[in-house]
Design a protein around this ligand. Structure first.
Ligand SMILES: Cc1cc2nc3c(=O)[nH]c(=O)nc-3n(C[C@H](O)[C@H](O)[C@H](O)COP(=O)(O)OP(=O)(O)OC[C@H]3O[C@@H](n4cnc5c(N)ncnc54)[C@H](O)[C@@H]3O)c2cc1C
Length: 284
């Protein structure tokens, strides 16, 4: 196996262009090194991008915040700009692994792995993130839900690199939350992870994006559920419960695995949404 270590985006993109589909990008390595160690992947070439500092920046723009793909969870937690635009992303980053992992685990790597149990991705879905990718052919930007295509599968072409994630400015009066349920509070992979952003115009729901992980083969965006919420006040207790059951039964497809059962996951997903959507204290 060959390793190309680069400090510039141009060099990384040229290396990816020349390498073909057998190359893998190495950012913090907290997923890739595990895959390589376990023999799940044998790349012919590893393009190490960790030292490309230009991809580490977090920039506040007029309409939101741009987070470089190499921003790690520690940097997200410390960022004033992220706190201002994406408080739930900080909550999620705090739950990723232990401090050593958080100081290597990048936002681009979380997206690149596209694990159904990833913790940052449901927040990116809920906040309407756009993923920016580049190759020697040019740049493009796509909604995060179009980027994550399936089980550990993304829309990235083999010569493309995620350069940043853009998060639009949040509306006033938005209910936002992040919840992760694992075996214990620290250092656990999610049994269920949920995030949402529901904006209000007075009592009425103006816009809603609700997402969950570990309840299907990929991070899900509950589009149908959100569409039905828009234009009216949130349904009251019993109605909300029935409403959620109807949508989640159709949209979620949890499985039994080493971490949990499909039944428990369905139950917890519904309970988290029920209690969080009822809690006006979370309107920020
Ligand atoms: C002990 C341990 C605990 C963990 N706990 C959690 C947890 O609680 N929650 C959680 O969500 N995850 C957890 N993880 C998984 C991992 O830390 C995260 O998914 C992390 O965000 C991966 O980032 P990375 O920079 O290390 O990615 P890498 O391992 O470097 O890369 C991961 C994948 O993304 C691709 N990639 C990386 N950067 C880019 C880019 N810029 N453009 C395109 N593709 C790219 C790589 O080719 C690879 O396929 C844990 C891992 C370990 C080892």
């Amino acid at each position: 196996m060959k390793v190309v270590s680069t400090r510039s985006l141009d060099d990384a993109l040229k290396a990816l262009r020349d390498a073909g589909p057998d190359a893998r990008i190495l950012a913090g390595g907290t997923d890739l090194m595990v895959e390589m160690e376990s023999g799940r992947t044998h790349p012919a070439l590893v393009v190490d991008v960790w030292k490309i500092d230009a991809l580490r920046q977090i920039r506040e723009m007029q309409d939101g915040v741009e987070i470089g793909a190499l921003a790690d969870c520690g940097a997200l937690i410390r960022s004033v700009q992220v706190a201002r635009h994406a408080d739930t992303l900080i909550e999620a980053a705090r739950t990723v692994g232990a401090v050593q992992i958080r100081n290597r685990a990048t936002i681009g790597g979380n997206l690149g792995t596209a694990s159904p149990a990833a913790d940052l991705n449901p927040v990116l879905f809920a906040l309407g993130a756009r993923v920016r990718v580049a190759s020697t052919r040019g740049e493009r930007e796509l909604p995060v839900e179009a980027f994550v295509k399936g089980y550990r599968t993304t829309d990235r072409a083999h010569d493309e690199l995620i350069t940043s994630v853009f998060l639009p400015r949040r509306p006033a009066h938005e209910l936002r939350f992040f919840r992760k349920v694992g075996t214990r509070r620290a250092q656990s992979i999610a049994k269920v992870v949920v995030s949402a952003a529901v904006a209000f115009d007075g009592e009425r729901v103006q816009a809603a994006r609700i997402s969950a992980g570990s309840v299907a083969d990929r991070t899900l965006l509950f589009d149908g559920l959100a569409q039905e919420l828009v234009g009216a006040p949130l349904p009251q207790a019993a109605k909300l419960s029935e409403f959620l059951r109807r949508h989640l039964d159709a949209a979620a497809a949890p499985r039994d695995d080493v971490r949990s059962t499909a039944r428990y996951r369905r139950f917890v997903l519904q309970r988290i949404l029920e209690s969080s959507l009822r809690s006006p204290a979370q309107v920020r």
